[in-house]
Design a protein around this ligand. Structure first.
Ligand SMILES: O=C(O)[C@@H](CO)OP(=O)(O)O
Length: 237
């Protein structure tokens, strides 16, 4: 049986400022760093064999901070093209003790288009509460020049199926460090959520969501918190 851990990055500097972020590459805030380290503490006895992150620094930082508390091995970013692929190879004994980290834009946050950099309260004043809620949480309403959750799923779900699932099938434990909406699209797929349900799905920052994979199926264990597992997705099913 293998494990899948989905982790939304810790609070970013723009989460803190309440700005639409999307693909803007901002780092973690101090609180975000603490959240990632806390997640690392909770996961310190997990063995991770493979890590997937987006190309955005907040998700990469989160994965690295988790691994700073973990003894699975040294995380090593795998470059899939160019000189780094050729020259970055680990030879000999050390090769046994690394955990490959694959970065891909497929796991990036939903692209927020013209809203990127806007304050969320300001957007509510200009466009109204309801419209902004639809842009943020609905399945198929895209923000101006941005991606709807459906558009996001069109790149996250195939990547999840083609890159993540095969590792679980091989019996490997996998950490996926990504974003609020890119993870919502993946959880929607895993759990078979309806459009109405995904509207109410919010994934908290820095709280590992754990699944077990067996006989081709993923089973939710739940959010891993200090006092144990919380197996509720909190969408009122
Ligand atoms: O700004 C963003 O990119 C996302 C994630 O923080 O925000 P929202 O929760 O509004 O989808």
């Amino acid at each position: 049986m293998s494990k899948l851990v989905l982790l939304r990055h810790g609070e970013s500097m723009w989460n803190k400022l309440n700005l639409f972020t999307g693909w803007v590459d901002v780092p973690l805030s101090d609180r975000g760093i603490e959240e990632a380290l806390r997640a690392g503490e909770l996961l310190k006895d997990y063995r991770f064999d493979v890590i997937f992150t987006s190309e955005l620094i907040r998700a990469i930082q989160t994965a690295m901070l988790v691994m700073s508390r973990n003894r699975s091995g040294v995380p090593k970013v795998i470059h899939e093209d160019g000189k780094m692929k050729e020259w970055g190879v680990v030879y000999g004994e050390h090769g046994k003790n690394y955990v490959p980290v694959y970065k891909s834009w497929h796991l990036n946050e939903r692209y927020y288009g013209k809203l990127q950099g806007w304050n969320k309260d300001h957007a509510r004043k200009v466009y109204g509460e309801e419209q902004v809620h639809l842009w943020r949480r609905s399945y198929d309403v895209a923000p101006p020049d941005g991606e709807s959750l459906k558009d996001t799923a069109e790149r996250t779900v195939p990547y999840f199926r083609e890159r993540v699932i095969p590792e679980l099938e091989k019996g490997k434990n996998v950490l996926v460090s990504a974003h609020g909406n890119s993870l919502r699209s993946i959880v929607m797929h895993i759990e078979g959520l309806t459009k109405e349900e995904v509207l109410r799905l919010n994934i908290p920052t820095g709280v590992p969501l754990v699944y077990e994979y067996e006989n081709g199926a993923l089973r939710r264990i739940g959010y891993l918190r200090k006092n144990g597992f919380d197996d509720d997705l909190h969408i009122g099913r």
